[in-house]
Design a protein around this ligand. Sequence first.
Ligand code: TPP
Length: 323
Amino acid sequence: MNRQNDQDDTQMIEEGECLALYRRMKLVRSFDDKADEIFRMGRLAGHRQIYAGEEAACVGAIHALARGDIVVSTYHEYGHRLARGADPRAAMAELMGVESELVSRTDSAPAIEDRTLFIGANGASGLAIAGGLALALNYKSEPAMVCCIFGDEALAQGAFHQALNLASISNLPIVFICENNFYGMGTFIDNTVCQEELYRVADMYKMPGVRVDGMDVIAVYAATIDTARRAREGDGPSLIEAVTYRYRSSAFSDAADYDTRREEPIWRERDPILNLRARLIAENALAEPELDRIDREVGAAIDDAVKFAQAILEGSKSDTVKN
Ligand SMILES: Cc1ncc(C[n+]2csc(CCOP(=O)(O)OP(=O)(O)O)c2C)c(N)n1
């Protein structure tokens, strides 16, 4: 049942949902751009991962989930976290290393910091954690499923193969979402993974594999709806390969000297946010001023998140001086 997903999905989604997808992708991008800016200013310590370009993959997949479903992220967790509905204030405070009292909530209410709905920043172990969680859901006969998101280089990691094997043999309620952007850390995928059509790996583990346009949020959503339903109904795991592109290297620590980026302009033309925007305008679903308003609101929310984290940071410094 492995296939490339080329069905026309535009009919299946309502206007309000398109708006929500647009807003969420814009939030993920703006957060990432702002994090870049403050990292370059030296206000973020340590490692920083980059996500811009891949928003359709996580936003489309996560939009297809139900409230109780669990998202497990490996890398680039801030994109995934915001796609799951985290409050940008809480996310920015955490990224800036600031402790905040803020409990992050999804739009539709559940708190995600309770660690039941979003589990992030796990690297390869995320795949094993996702397998274990799906096993627990099965054991307790809970009606939820797990959505595990990872990059293409995960296919060179043992944890990926162990997780798919466990999921298949135990018929687990899990959807594996591979964001295939053709690059890992320091290298092209061709140098590390022997199968370039990653969805075909599903065959080996006797589960459905689907390749979908990861720059098209609605296509990713449609593919995930199908596979998530399958998982929840007890029909087992699936692998979705979302073909996408990251505009910069995997992280600031990646020198990317292997990377000529000759193909970047072609992918920029397929930008998931600009394309959804153009599509909504062309289909008269939303007018440009309304989309501009969303852009401004998202920009303001991100600025507010930085101010929020900065205020706590300055407060804690003055406390240190006082003490
Ligand atoms: C899930 C997982 N993937 C990959 C690695 C090894 N690794 C650490 S950072 C890095 C770069 C990430 O590459 P990729 O998984 O393709 O994600 P991308 O940054 O391209 O989205 C790699 C390969 C790992 N430890 N765990």
